[in-house]
Design a protein around this ligand. Structure first.
Ligand SMILES: [Zn+2]
Ligand SMILES: [Zn+2]
Length: 50
């Protein structure tokens, strides 16, 4: 199950996936959070980003 790291909701499609610039952990954000530019926190290293 994939979860948005910002809102913790389950995502199915319409999400983006990228790697944490610090530790390389995969980060998933839903379309909604991306649109409102919610911040993310890497679950692995705690890095925060826009
Ligand atoms: Zn979200
Ligand atoms: Zn990280």
């Amino acid at each position: 199950m994939l979860k948005c790291v910002s809102c913790k909701r389950e995502v199915t499609d319409n999400y983006i996936k990228f790697k944490c610039p610090n530790c390389g952990r995969e980060i998933i954000r839903c379309h909604n959070c991306r649109e409102i530019a919610a911040r993310y926190t890497c679950p692995e290293c705690g890095l925060e980003g826009p």
